[in-house]
Design a protein around this ligand. Structure first.
Ligand code: SAH
Length: 233
């Protein structure tokens, strides 16, 4: 992870980096490995990115085993869920990945750390601006952040080697499935407002997809044309 400065470009290291590294190592061991995350590259990446830099108002809780609030009433997922979704995406160095729901930018930083070239779309301009600043100050490259409705995907960039949706859709958006490259995977929470299934779709051929569920999850809603309607229904 050569790109990773792991501290703000203009801030001296105050010694907090060591404590943070210890916390990351325990997070990887106790939350990720213990629950079955096996992909070494994902574990290494999760051990490298300073999560506290993505949750400014809640830095003390950055390595807790839970989701945390970020701006605009949204949340950054629990570390295990970030790791699990990344592992399920099964991306290789150089893959082109679409993320829907930039939020804090943490998941995008993890994807970039794995060598993916990422387009990430966020509907709240405020969040997109915060994520842009963070990734820039951390020296993360290979991530483009766009403001808009990502629920219909990004057809102009298709086919994507991977699509990860970090907000919950009421039903599987077909547009996203159609934008996958053959061999590519879509990872997306699907279901009602307060509990969903983490669905994995793998494109096997031009008109052939395999689909399975990885288990229950809880995400904030995907709001837009391919998701929930604005206002909550
Ligand atoms: N991946 C983020 C967490 C995302 S929380 C992280 O690592 O921090 C889910 C995000 O999806 C929220 O920021 C929400 O605003 C955004 N979102 C919801 N519907 C969206 C849509 N249609 N297009 C783009 N972003 C959307």
């Amino acid at each position: 992870m050569r790109w990773l400065r792991n501290r703000w470009r203009d801030a001296p290291d105050d010694g907090g980096a060591d404590a943070s590294e210890r916390q990351r190592r325990s997070m990887v061991r106790d939350q990720l490995e213990r629950r079955g995350v096996r992909d070494e590259r994902v574990l290494e990446c999760m051990a490298s990115v300073r999560r506290e830099l993505f949750v400014p108002g809640a830095a003390a809780f950055a390595y807790d085993d839970r989701a945390l609030p970020i701006e605009a009433g949204q949340t950054i997922s629990q570390p295990y869920i970030v790791a699990r979704m990344t592992e399920l995406l099964a991306i290789d160095d150089g893959d082109r990945v679409l993320e829907i729901g930039t939020g804090s930018g943490y998941q995008a930083a993890i994807l970039a750390g794995l060598g993916a070239r990422v387009l990430t779309i966020e509907r709240h301009a405020e969040l997109a601006a915060g994520a842009t600043e963070r990734l820039e100050r951390l020296g993360v490259t290979g991530v483009e952040i766009r403001v808009g409705d990502g629920s219909v995907g990004a057809p102009e960039g298709a086919p994507w080697d991977g699509i990860i949706v970090t907000a919950a859709a009421p039903t599987l958006p077909e547009a996203l499935r159609d934008q996958l490259a053959v061999g590519g995977r879509l990872v997306i929470p699907v279901g009602p407002k307060y509990q969903q299934d983490l669905v994995v779709v793998e494109r096997r051929g031009e008109r052939s997809w395999a689909q399975w569920s990885d288990g229950p999850v809880v995400f904030v809603p995907l709001v837009g044309e391919g998701g929930w309607q604005e206002g909550g229904r």
